[in-house]
Design a protein around this ligand. Structure first.
Ligand SMILES: [Zn+2]
Length: 125
């Protein structure tokens, strides 16, 4: 782990661990999934046939309901656990804990969900 020095200060500042970075990225992705949910809802309400709207139509058909307050609550509660990180998309949309598989591809890590098929690119820690 490398330290870096802020000029003028003499205390080394520790960088966050790769795991902390990964979990912060997954948290951001959960909020992005909520945004997708929100603009999908807006598109549905205004009769636009965007991809986000079509995904929500399909989700509503499959699960029997679409609740924005619940999706929001789940997003706020999303907490990836070390070694058991779950898919932010499945969690936010469907309340499912689908495990993510991580794979290193060149300069990025890719997290894949076997349940919804989502692939998330993460910076290497
Ligand atoms: Zn998923």
């Amino acid at each position: 782990m490398s330290d870096f020095i802020i000029s003028g200060f003499h205390e080394p500042v520790s960088l966050p661990s790769p795991l902390a970075v990964r979990h912060a990225e997954l948290l951001q992705l959960a909020w992005l999934e909520l945004c997708r949910f929100e603009y999908g809802m807006l598109d549905l309400q205004s009769g636009k046939s965007s991809q986000a709207a079509r995904e929500l139509t399909e989700l509503g058909r499959r699960t029997g309901r679409l609740s924005h307050p619940e999706a929001r609550q789940r997003t706020a509660a999303y907490t990836p656990a070390e070694g058991h990180e779950h898919c932010p998309r499945c969690w936010v949309r469907e309340d499912l804990r689908a495990p993510l598989a991580f794979e290193s591809r060149g300069s990025v890590d890719v997290a894949s969900c076997g349940c919804c098929g989502a692939q998330f690119q993460l910076a290497l820690g």
